[in-house]
Design a protein. Structure first.
Lengths: 175, 336
């Protein structure tokens, strides 16, 4: 009797394979909890389940931001002074990038954009990607200075989801 | 009879034409308005949903029931963004489960001869699984020791992609305006992320990072380094490509010499050894690898030969190349 019940439960739970239609997608976007579109890029991320990229611009500088279901993914930043104060810095061991460096950090998801050339600079504290500030002995390495541009928390409210618009059916035609 | 003055005029006109013409390119280059995937019947296959031109190329569909399907493709078949469909019982029986995708997308599994699609149908939780079916057209079922894994109940999306599309699949570019050999033009108002050269001249949009020749060859702008099977950088340039890499739907491309001459892959990749390459300093350098026994060997990998297609990239663009955001990208909101 119990095995019969189990089979019935399995059958009820089992997904029903009903024929469905297929539609082309015209637009794919990441939207926030209020339905506002976040950036304009195609979402894409590698090896980070539930994370996607969105893109903005500051002038003509691309700002690519990794966004998860409930937050903008922060980067680790260094600072010229103890206590995560002074000039914000980003480690750049391979020199200048193909675009100016950008980063997101802090509890309000502050966006930073490169403000000067990569050269050997000194950092005395580090803000980790988990938001913890730690002072350190002076660290000299190739770094880019950053300037804060805006706080994303002022503009977007989690959760972030994918939204698509699809209207055109794909015609059938077997291989 | 032709007068001496007329002959001089003709010669001057010819000289003018030669000076005005591109230095060496035998073909013209065109910008690309779109780059989409088509099946063998000429039907568009989905909408490209990332900017990759390699093995991560992906299209997106929506089903009538509202499921978003993110599907990768090779020349011959589709594949999902998860590698396996798991089952609660041995021999791929019982309840089907799906793992999180590795691409940040809702998970989609595609497998079997009919290219059947499964999607997530429940929340992720720890479940007991004992077998799995791999994706692809073969879709083998394999048992493994009972284990617990974080997966979600899966359901058939009600769509077999074989009902809609016929392989082989190919990328097809829609040619746009000819690329001038002169100076940069301002970006259009609708431009998004674009690749530009050191003068600010546009090469291509990130969404379709290719250019097209007047003979219809689509050139990916992700140029590969090249090597030689000789020790002195002479002979055919070869590019290192992995077998079955779908970006070869377009053919691998490399730039050779000071004029940045475009060389394109001419045949399939195979295992062979390379012995020299041009360093960034402009010197020909030996590829030196040493076998365990101490004797010198070359660089052994899978390579494909290339040949010139009659275009010097230096006629059109000046490196290095960077990315610029056009006004088609949303301006970052200001906190002021």
């Amino acid at each position: 009797m119990s095995s019969l019940l189990a089979v019935v439960v399995l059958l009820l739970l089992a997904p029903v394979a009903q024929a469905d239609t297929l539609l082309y997608v015209d637009r794919l976007a990441v939207v926030d909890g209020t339905g506002r579109q976040v950036g304009t890029a195609w979402p894409s991320a590698e090896g980070r389940p539930d994370y996607m990229y969105v893109e903005f611009r500051v002038g003509s500088t691309p700002v690519i931001v990794l966004v998860g279901p409930d937050r903008f993914e922060p980067n680790a930043l260094r600072f010229s002074d103890p206590g995560c104060t002074g000039q914000a810095l980003l480690t750049a061991p391979w020199g200048e990038g193909s675009t100016p460096f950008t980063a997101v950090a802090g509890p309000r998801s502050t966006v930073y954009v490169q403000s000067g050339p990569v050269r050997e600079r000194t950092a005395r504290s580090t803000l980790s990607s988990t938001g913890v500030c730690r002072d350190s002995a002076p660290l000299r390495s190739d770094m880019a200075p950053l300037r804060a541009v805006t706080d994303l928390a002022d503009h977007f409210v989690p959760p972030f989801t994918l939204q698509e618009r699809a209207r055109t059916p794909v015609p059938r035609g077997e291989w | 009879m032709t007068s001496p003055r007329h002959s001089v005029a003709v010669i001057l006109a010819l000289v003018g034409l030669l000076l005005a013409a591109p230095a060496a390119s035998a073909q013209a280059l065109f910008y690309v308005d779109g780059l989409e995937v088509y099946d063998s019947t000429g039907k568009q296959v989905g909408t490209r949903s990332n900017w990759r031109l390699d093995e991560e190329m992906e299209v997106v569909f929506r089903t009538g029931a509202g499921h978003m399907l993110f599907v990768g493709f090779s020349a011959s078949s589709f594949f999902g963004n998860v590698g396996a469909l798991y089952f609660s019982e041995r021999d791929c029986r019982g309840l089907p489960f799906i793992a999180r995708s590795y691409t940040g997308r809702p998970p989609t599994w595609v497998g079997g001869q009919r290219q059947t699609v499964y999607v997530q149908a429940g929340a992720f939780s720890q479940q007991r699984i004992t077998s799995y079916r791999s994706g692809g057209t073969v879709g083998d079922c394999r048992n493994f020791g009972e284990t617990s894994s974080e997966v979600a109940l899966a359901a058939r999306a009600g769509v077999d992609l074989a009902d809609y599309f016929t392989p082989p699949f190919a990328l097809r570019a829609t040619p746009g305006e000819p690329i001038p050999t002169g100076a940069a033009e301002p970006l259009a108002r609708t431009d998004g992320l674009v690749r530009v050269d050191s003068t600010g001249k546009k090469l291509a949009a990130l969404a379709a990072d290719v250019v097209v020749t007047d003979s219809g060859i689509t050139l990916p702008l992700s140029f590969l380094p090249h090597y030689f099977s000789t020790v002195d950088c002479t002979g055919t340039p070869f590019v290192e490509v992995r077998p079955n890499r779908p970006h070869l739907l377009l053919g691998a491309v490399t730039l050779v010499g000071p004029r940045q001459t475009v060389y394109r892959q001419t045949s399939a990749t195979r295992g062979q050894t390379m012995y020299s390459y041009w360093a960034a300093s402009g010197e020909c350098k030996r590829l030196r690898f040493f076998h365990g026994g101490g004797h010198e060997v070359g660089f052994r990998s899978t390579f494909a030969p290339t040949a010139s297609i009659g275009i010097d990239f230096a006629d059109y663009f000046t490196g290095p190349f960077t990315w610029r955001a056009g006004r088609g990208i949303r301006k970052l909101p200001s906190s002021d």
